[in-house]
Design a binder for this molecule. Structure first.
Ligand code: TXA
Ligand code: MG
Length: 326
């Protein structure tokens, strides 16, 4: 049941109310620069348990813990030199680091793994909230398990609204794709577990570090690889087909939506949509989950989506499309 009354406008009173809910082990949906998160006190087993239950997420799939700054994060995980360099360069921002954890982070948060995923988000409202709390926030994306991540408060209210205490309205998420996840299981050999807004190219350009992307191995049931990276994920109810660049069949039928990267020169169907006026990859990423959720509410038989150019954030867009299409 949608419960729009749970959406709290962005002001200091709302932040106070959300802080109070979180201190009482309740869950609050919070805005981040990537997607909305379903947040609870990361140091409270009872709050963390609720996150898994509300989301319908299996307990083998570990959560990201969000901190107000790097100094706070590095009290709970052991950071190597490369991780510190990445944190200094990209935090606050859409980067999650998976590092050896200390006992202070409950095993429930990390699904029993010896590593924890940590991140310092870059959204002013969430930063203000984190500064008012004396604990970090565990937060997966605020969608039912397996569904598309929310990039607007209304997406959360439609799906999880009746099950949580409040939704903090931070507007439309600026990146629209979940954070880049980098694992330091072997400190000398970090790997990108989940491509995201910060690409391997950008990491190389800004830090000189060369970090490879973990090949997808298809072993969905192996917790050590990356439990949350189940190959089917981010799926709307309407089936998705991916079309490689330039291969889009223009003759859209009535019951099929075509989603293009950029606005076409000529338009001959009401069922053609586009993610960006001029094909800008950042804009495509920002609009992707929003448009998919909007069209998922209509009676289309199929959504046919054009793949993005496979460079920078385009790789992350295509990663999400492939998972949604399975
Ligand atoms: O942008 C984001 O990262 C958003 C916002 C809310 O911060 N959060 C998010 O959380 O996408 P979630 O739970 O939907 O995805 C977390 C990913 C999963 O793929 C999970 O398996 C991985 O991080 N992860 C968490 N802890 C891990 C660990 N210890 N080892 C390997 N992967 C881990
Ligand atoms: Mg998620």
């Amino acid at each position: 049941m949608p419960s729009p009354d749970k959406i709290l406008r962005s002001n200091s009173k709302s932040i106070e109310i959300c802080g109070q809910h979180l201190r009482e082990d309740q869950l609050v949906a919070v805005p981040t620069e990537t997607v909305y998160g379903l947040a609870g006190n990361a140091l409270s087993e009872s709050a963390v348990r609720k996150i898994f239950e509300v989301k319908g997420r299996p307990f083998i799939d570990p959560l990201i813990t969000h901190f107000k700054d790097a100094q706070s994060a590095f009290k709970h995980v052991y950071a190597c030199e490369k991780a510190i360099k990445l944190a200094n360069t990209f935090w606050p921002g859409p980067l999650t680091l998976v590092l050896q954890k200390s006992d202070s982070i409950p095993d429930l948060v990390t699904a029993g793994l010896s590593t924890a995923a940590v991140r310092v988000p870059n959204h002013p409202l969430l930063q203000e909230l984190l500064r008012k709390l004396d604990f970090p926030l565990a937060a997966p994306s605020a969608n039912p398990f397996g569904y598309v991540s929310p990039t607007r408060p209304e997406h959360v209210s439609k799906t999880l609204g009746s099950k949580i205490a409040a939704i903090l309205d931070g507007g439309f998420c600026s990146h629209g794709l979940e954070s880049t996840v980098i694992e330091f299981h072997q400190a000398h050999n970090p790997r990108i577990l989940r491509p995201g807004p910060i690409s391997a190219e950008e990491i190389k350009n800004r830090t000189g570090l060369i970090i490879h992307t973990q090949e997808r191995d298809g072993h969905d049931n192996l917790p050590q690889t990356s439990p949350g990276l189940l190959s089917k994920h981010y799926s709307p109810h309407t089936p998705i087909d991916i079309i490689e660049n330039g291969q889009v069949d223009w003759v859209a039928s009535e019951d099929e939506a075509i989603i293009l990267n950029k606005k076409p020169d000529t338009l001959d169907s009401d069922h053609v949509y586009w993610l960006s006026e001029n094909g800008d990859l950042g804009e495509i990423a920002r609009n992707l989950f929003d448009l998919i959720q909007k069209l998922d509410g209509r009676a289309y038989r199929k959504l046919t989506v054009e793949a993005a150019q496979n460079e920078s954030v385009g790789s992350a867009i295509n990663d999400r499309l492939r998972r949604a299409a399975r």
